[in-house]
Design a protein around this ligand. Structure first.
Ligand SMILES: [Mn+2]
Length: 247
């Protein structure tokens, strides 16, 4: 087998299509961005937004993350580095580009989609879903083989030649684990694992991320409250028993 015909993983990642190169040009040449997502944005969506916001801000751009809905509390650690705003019908601030992350149907933004359609800004889609219908966007950074949209934001960093910082790393890691089911699904490929490893090098702590996303305590949940109460009662009984035994 002639190995020289197989490009290395690095080279394959850095190979961008003409369409992707054009999208990168828009990202590099614009100053004011709005990043948006679909209604009830999931982990891939908000993670990719956090990562792209960090990337663009380090390139000197102004970035606003504006979604149709608030982010889930389980992802609030992402808000340490980026501000997530939920649209409440207000007028959009002046902006040059809207970036749509993890979806490609404008209607999935709800009424916010109508506001974007009326705006004169350029529209850029960063996504890994198969698109149906006529393209309504100006530029697209799309790869349907990518396990997560966050992985595409990692490729954008590589193509621009920008290091991934902790804010971006936590975002991309959130994206990857959300869309691969913590590396269980069949979309978990070599690039996914290679990037995850790099993110750990940057400072991501997988166990803490798992705790934040999957083991978040919900004291308001009746089952959990019951569990905590009965645990406390058992402990109290145990300590009473211990005390009386000592006496
Ligand atoms: Mn996704």
């Amino acid at each position: 087998m002639n190995m020289s015909t197989n490009p290395s993983a690095e080279e394959a990642t850095l190979e961008c299509t003409v369409e992707q190169l054009s999208a990168l040009k828009l990202l590099k040449s614009s100053k004011r961005f709005i990043l948006t997502g679909h209604v009830r944005p999931d982990g891939d969506c908000v993670g990719a937004q956090a990562a792209l916001a960090s990337c663009l801000e380090r390139m000197g751009a102004e970035v606003l993350i504006l979604n149709p809905d608030p982010i889930e509390p389980r992802y609030e650690y992402l808000a340490r580095h980026a501000t997530f705003r939920a649209w409440e019908g207000e007028e959009l601030p002046p902006h040059d580009v809207v970036v749509f992350l993890d979806f490609n149907e404008l209607s999935r933004c709800g009424r916010l989609g109508d506001a974007f359609a009326r705006a004169e800004s350029k529209k850029l889609v960063v996504d890994h879903h198969i698109a149906g219908g006529e393209p309504w966007w100006d530029e697209a950074f799309v790869d349907v083989r990518a396990s997560a949209t966050g992985l595409l934001v990692h490729r954008i960093h590589e193509a621009i030649g920008l290091e991934v910082d902790l804010a971006a790393a936590e975002g991309i890691f959130t994206s990857i684990v959300s869309d691969t089911g913590w590396f269980k699904y069949s979309n978990t490929d070599a690039e996914t694992l290679r990037v995850a490893s790099e993110l750990v090098d940057v400072g991501v702590e997988p166990a803490r991320m798992f705790q934040a996303i999957e083991q978040r305590k919900k004291p308001s949940h009746p089952l959990l409250t019951g569990g905590v109460l009965s645990h406390r009662i058992l402990r109290r009984r145990a300590s009473c028993a211990g005390h009386s035994a000592m006496v």
